[in-house]
Design a binder for this molecule. Structure first.
Ligand code: Z57
Length: 794
């Protein structure tokens, strides 16, 4: 059968539509179902091969999987782009319209969730048998709009449309208990939960490059446990009867919208236990189908905890081993540890999870007992070591560390700081436990998929091997002196910039000058990421341009994108200020096209796929020591943007790879930041030493950008004078000067393009394929079941 008839059949039999009456949505779902059929073939084959090989399986537990749209992944990984395009032409449908009809699956906040999605792509491409486990949120990350410049949040509703990729698995259901009490009889514990909800699995196939391998993303959805309610009802416990249903309705309802800040809410703890417990039960059931010795579990199961959010996996696994398999506690703890590993993603104290013992005891009484047993065992072995239980709290970082056989940081600098700061004492006791695995990004989505013009140029030049072996991009380095190639590379960037300009024109009514430098900062809005410093520099540049309007300025477009957590008021003030400043500067006839600010609302994965290929300059300007790694930094450099950045996170390693002459470095180092904070009044001193900064802060404080509400930003400016914890003021001059160096460099287009090309050509190491090989080798002891692709590349 041809793809055309397949699609028409799907339209007819799965959607009940004929071609004449089909909407874009109908066409998209029909096409998706046809693609899904293709994937199922790969998927079944992989499952069979996995059972035959009986290998170690990897389980990646994550509260977030920020997968975005899937249709293009499926089309490109199945190598069906030409075929799909040709078929849609035959059917009179527009490819781009159909592809863009799919809503983003925004089941994550930012870097941590997107990393999990890149890892799933690499695991499948490498042929490592793996499951991603998470929550099937009914509502992903909120949608952002601006009203008079202020962020407005509204619920996201991706599931009101059919999610074409998933399979419901009503047969994979688990009872998840909460609350109640624990009985002890003859040395055994019996947990009697007070509430029960059912976890139902929904599977999305994850197919790797070329359709060679398929893994599963298994997301859990909560359902009421009917018979539990009935039982409570018959006992006369009418309240318990309703409670289970109410809990089930809320537990997988919505993603918490905080990135690197902890909300500490009871429902959040329940979400964490809900998906972790379901995942542990599921992987144990799979293991026990083929094995009868539970003690061999670590030979077949590697569980990776993406941050501490699933750290309750330790106590849960111990609970099952002890209470259900009668393994003694002192044996169960090390056995569980051999299966578990933990990734730390932040040093920010506000992100470190702690739950009050009281809450933990109320929601998970048996787990609190087990946490005490883990604490006791660790204190017995290492007296005086850091405690899990401290000041009436359960510290999830310490719990995850103590229950993991490996703990990893996500960039070289971050891992050093993990050893020196948060886990310094535990590191002394367990000196080989902490290791580094620098983050990576999947080249399938972040070059092949999002940047077709560059993809074609590269493939025409060096062949297609780079898609699964990104280090092959080094072959492009020799092209830096090839004028014809540089011209083609420049043309590709220009095409992407023109496309972006068309998009901003259509969606926001503003077109952008493709000759201007596109300077992009897209990420969550957070003080440590210092969008405010970028904005202050923009105002300072505007002042200089107006003071000297006839000078030969390098035209700039400053592009911002990102959401603030709804309760993070400083971040929301920064959003409002960006929009207020944009309104004034964009209306200024003196600067005109020489300086524009655009802030498209509702930044998400799809928007990143548009903006990154069109960027000339990538803003990676966090206070040194605060950004654990960053992954956007890698996406930009891979797509030929130069970075202006601090020595923070993976910027350090990116700079080493691309060469210091191809990277705009500025600012204090992590050590200098710590040192500077000890100086009394460091911010005020920095402001007083910088006339340029003083002038900008004066303008903002006196209402230049909010004339009808002149005191609007008093708080924000006052904060910079009095606290400035993130040292915006101290790095401002160095940042401004480095921006002017970028201006100068941009005025030599051939040289700029050569530097950009060296960036692209040097980013091979940042493929998430390399990262996953590192985890497989150093943490999981897992191997590829396909043509053992793990050997190559370090
Ligand atoms: C999150 O997106 C990250 C860390 C966290 O602790 C939480 Br919660 C959410 C980010 C870091 O901020 C980035 O620097 C890092 O690149 C990313 O996780 C992936 O490791």
């Amino acid at each position: 059968m041809t793809m055309k008839t397949d699609i028409l059949n799907r339209l007819k039999y799965s959607l009940g539509k004929d071609a004449e009456n089909a909407s874009t949505y109908d066409w998209r779902i029909a096409l998706s179902l046809v693609l899904r059929d293709q994937m199922v073939e790969t998927w079944f084959r992989s499952t069979k091969e996995t059972y035959a090989a009986s290998p170690k399986r990897v389980y990646y537990l994550s509260m977030e999987f920020l997968i975005g749209r899937l249709i293009e992944d499926m089309i490109s990984n199945l190598r069906m782009e030409e075929k799909v395009k040709a078929t849609l032409v035959e059917l009179g449908q527009d490819y781009d319209t159909i592809v863009h009809d799919e809503p983003d699956a925004a089941l994550g906040n930012g870097g941590l969730g997107r990393l999990a999605a890149c890892f799933m792509d690499s695991l499948a491409t490498l042929g490592i048998p793996a499951f991603g486990y998470g929550i099937r949120y009914e509502h992903g990350l909120f949608e952002q709009s601006f009203a008079q410049g202020q962020q407005v949040e509204k619920p996201e509703t991706w599931l009101t449309q059919r999610h074409a990729w998933e399979f419901e698995r009503p047969e994979s259901q688990y009872r998840i208990g909460f609350g109640g009490h624990v009985d002890h009889h003859e040395g055994k514990a019996y947990w009697h939960p007070g509430e029960v909800v059912m976890a139902t699995a929904y599977d999305t196939p994850v197919v790797g490059w070329n359709g060679d391998w398929g893994n599963t993303l298994r997301l859990w959805s909560a359902q009421p446990a009917k018979e539990f309610d009935l039982e409570s009802f018959n006992r006369g416990d009418y309240l318990a009867a309703g409670r289970s249903e109410a809990l089930a309705r809320t537990i997988s309802r919505v993603l918490y919208p905080d990135d690197t800040t902890e909300s500490g809410k009871e429902l959040r703890l329940k979400q964490e236990y809900f998906f972790t417990a379901a995942s542990i039960m599921d992987l144990l059931r799979r293991y026990l189908k083929d094995h009868d010795d539970i003690r061999a579990l670590p030979d077949y199961v590697a569980i990776q905890l993406n941050d501490t959010h699933p750290a309750i996996a330790g106590p849960e696994l111990v609970r099952i081993l002890v209470d259900e398999h009668d393994i003694p506690m002192d044996e169960a703890i090390p056995l569980a540890r051999k299966c578990l590993a933990y990734t730390n993603h932040t040093l920010l104290p506000e992100a470190l999870e702690r739950w009050s013992e009281h809450l933990m005891g109320r929601i998970l009484p048996r787990h609190l007992e087990i946490i005490r047993a883990i604490e006791h065992a660790h204190q017995t072995e290492f007296p005086g070591s850091p405690r899990i239980l401290e000041n009436g709290d359960v510290r999830m970082g310490e719990l995850a560390f103590i229950m993991a056989h490996k703990v990893n940081g996500v960039s070289a600098l971050h891992t050093d700081l993990v050893k020196e700061t948060v886990f310094a004492d535990l590191h002394r006791i367990h000196p080989t436990r902490i290791i580094n695995q620098t983050n990576g990004i999947t080249p399938r989505r972040w070059l092949y998929g999002c940047n077709p013009s560059l993809r074609h140029l590269i493939t025409d030049t060096i062949g297609e091997g780079w898609v699964t072996d990104l280090e092959q991009l080094t072959a492009l380095k020799s092209k830096r002196d090839d004028a014809a190639f540089i011209e083609a590379f420049t043309a590709s960037k220009r095409e992407n910039k023109a496309n972006l300009s068309n998009w901003t024109l259509q969606t926001m009514g503003v077109s952008l000058d493709p000759d201007a430098m596109f300077d992009v900062q897209i990420k969550r809005i957070h003080e440590y990421k210092r969008q405010l410093m970028n904005l202050l520099e923009t105002v300072a540049l505007w002042n200089d341009m107006r003071d000297n309007p006839n000078a030969d300025w390098t035209p700039r477009v400053k592009i911002f994108g990102g959401k603030a957590a709804p309760g993070y008021f400083v971040a929301k003030d920064i959003i409002r200020l960006i929009n207020d400043v944009a309104a004034v500067i964009n209306a200024d006839e003196v600067t005109g096209d020489k300086l524009k600010i655009v802030y498209p609302p509702n930044y998400n994965v799809t928007m990143a796929e548009r903006l990154i290929p069109a960027a000339d300059l990538s803003e990676q300007i966090s206070t040194a020591g605060k950004e654990a790694s960053g992954t956007g930094n890698m996406k930009f450099a891979l797509n030929g943007a130069l970075t202006i950045g601090t020595l923070d996170g993976a910027n350090v390693e990116i700079r080493e790879h691309v060469g210091s002459e191809n990277f705009f470095l500025f600012g204090l180092t992590a050590q200098e930041v710590m040192e500077r904070r000890t100086h009394h009044g460091y911010a005020r001193a920095a402001i007083e030493a910088s006339p340029r900064l003083q002038r900008v802060l004066g303008q903002i404080a006196e209402g230049r950008f909010a004339p009808h509400d002149p005191s609007r930003y008093h708080g924000l400016v006052g904060m910079l004078y009095d606290h400035d914890y993130f040292l915006v003021t101290c790095d401002f001059d160095s940042y401004f000067d480095t921006q002017r160096r970028a201006d100068t460099a941009y005025r030599n287009p051939a040289n700029w393009a050569a530097m950009a090309l060296v960036n692209t050509a040097s980013m091979g190491w940042f493929s998430s394929d390399r990262t996953i090989k590192g985890y497989a080798r150093d943490i999981w002891g897992a191997e590829s079941v396909t043509k053992a692709k793990l050997g190559k590349t370090a």
